[in-house]
Design a protein around this ligand. Structure first.
Ligand code: PLP
Length: 425
């Protein structure tokens, strides 16, 4: 049986039984997607959180096209190339102090797998028996088996549960409960077998845009240091401006031992990821002994075209007023969100940097909240791409979005309760 459109394609996080056909997209520019028949759709979720400056930024498009004609791909074991070297140096320049080495891969999930393997390899090589990973409740770190293991468990992980490894879960540090989280982490560390704590700094993305206080990160850093535990910052979503600064770690003023970056690293144009680490972690793998090397690679590690796109992204950060754009978007969200604070249909109106979120009041919340697919369809009818997480509606647009475009998004959200009421009566 094919999906009803006759296509053999199996789409991600898609229930084909409920969604008979996919919307074709032919082109994109700035904050807009366009279908083959010319219908325009405002991309209010940055095409799953990857597009930062806007679609088809000319400098990134140029860099890709130049690089594709020069060096398309080369094995990265034993070889190197200029786009990767330039990118690695630039990444180290802006990364928090202490991060000195760059390992390339090609997706956020893989960058997390690499981070976990780095942590365990480090302790193996320095002769300490530590292999336990600590992670937040509600965390999301990807969909491969290892990254799923450190993420929250639920309906989306239950078929694969037998393959997932155990992690120590600490409570999400919701407002007022910060000390619980810190105490739980300290208690976990006391056992002596903890290798690393993995966190999404400041905001849990797929877990529902759950924001927590930066002071928690500083405390967790302190506890980790006291116990020789590595801190892994998964900045796959938060990196590249989402929090209003380049990195969430900058906002919190912390330096992790390992940091994962993906999504916006190429401005959203090409799949690429990096895992940054400190000198001690690299040095523990460096030896004359082949059995101590870091056993990881993917075929496309540091693909030159993807690296060139990422170098162009960094040049945009350097040469264009990206920081001003971020500040304007932060203000633009705040001005529009204010109206929802006393709207009885919504609750938990919140914002972190360029990410705005609010919860639709419904009886059954959670990821499978029946309201989500209906809302998605409604937003598409309004010409806006939004993809609620359960009953959480979030707006995470590319930074080129204008105030007027943002108004289209927020007016569609404001009208959603009425539309929904009409569907059920
Ligand atoms: C999206 C995401 C990932 C996974 O990245 P992919 O490129 O989709 O594999 C990992 N961690 C966080 C925090 C994410 O938001």
């Amino acid at each position: 049986m094919t999906n009803r459109s006759g296509s053999p394609i199996w789409h991600p996080f898609t229930q084909h039984g409920l969604m008979p056909s996919m919307m074709p997209i032919a082109s994109a520019s700035g904050a807009w997607l366009e279908t083959p028949d010319g219908t325009k759709l405002l991309d209010a979720i940055s095409s799953w959180w990857v597009i930062t400056h806007g679609h088809c930024h000319p400098k990134i498009v140029d860099a890709i096209s130049q690089q594709a004609q020069t060096l398309d791909q080369v094995i990265f074991a034993g070889f190197t190339h200029e786009p990767a070297e330039t990118l690695a140096r630039s990444l180290i320049d802006f990364a928090p102090r202490g991060l000195e080495h760059v390992f390339f891969s090609d997706s956020g999930s893989t960058s997390v797998e690499v981070a976990l393997k780095m942590a365990l390899g480090y302790f193996r090589n320095i002769g300490e028996e530590r292999s336990r990973i600590v992670a937040f409740e509600h965390a999301y770190h990807g969909d491969t088996v290892g990254s799923m293991s450190v993420g929250a468990r639920g309906v989306f992980s239950s078929p694969y549960e037998p393959l997932l490894f155990d992690v120590l879960r600490i409570p999400f540090p919701s407002a007022g409960n910060e000390q619980l989280t810190i105490d739980a982490f300290a208690a976990a560390c006391a056992a002596g077998d903890v290798a690393a704590l993995i966190v999404e700094p400041l905001i849990l993305g797929a877990g529902g845009m759950l924001i927590y206080d930066a002071s928690v990160l500083r405390e967790l850093r302190r506890v980790a240091d006291a116990h020789g535990v590595l801190l892994i910052a998964d900045e796959v979503m938060t990196g590249w401006g989402r929090t209003g600064r380049m990195l969430a770690c900058d906002v919190a003023g912390i330096a992790p031992d390992i940091m994962c970056l993906a999504k916006g690293i190429t401005g959203g144009s090409m799949p690429l990821a990096v895992t940054l680490c400190t000198a001690p972690i690299f040095d523990a793998h460096r030896s004359h002994d082949r059995s101590r090397m870091f056993f990881h690679s993917s075929s496309y590690t540091a693909n030159p075209i993807a690296c060139a796109a990422a170098v162009a992204n960094l040049e945009i950060w350097r040469d264009e007023p990206v920081v001003d754009r971020l500040a304007a978007l932060v203000d633009a969200h705040a001005a529009r969100l204010a109206a929802f604070r006393d709207n009885p249909h919504f609750e938990n109106v919140r914002q972190l940097g360029t990410i705005a979120a609010l919860d639709f009041k419904v009886a059954d919340g959670g990821y499978l909240a029946s309201v989500a697919p209906a809302l998605s369809r409604y937003f598409l009818e309004r010409g806006v791409l939004l993809r609620p997480l359960g009953n959480t509606i979030y707006v995470m647009p590319p930074y080129c979005i204008t105030g007027q475009e943002l108004d289209l998004v927020y007016s569609a959200i404001a009208d959603a309760p009425d539309w929904l009421a009409r569907q059920t009566t």
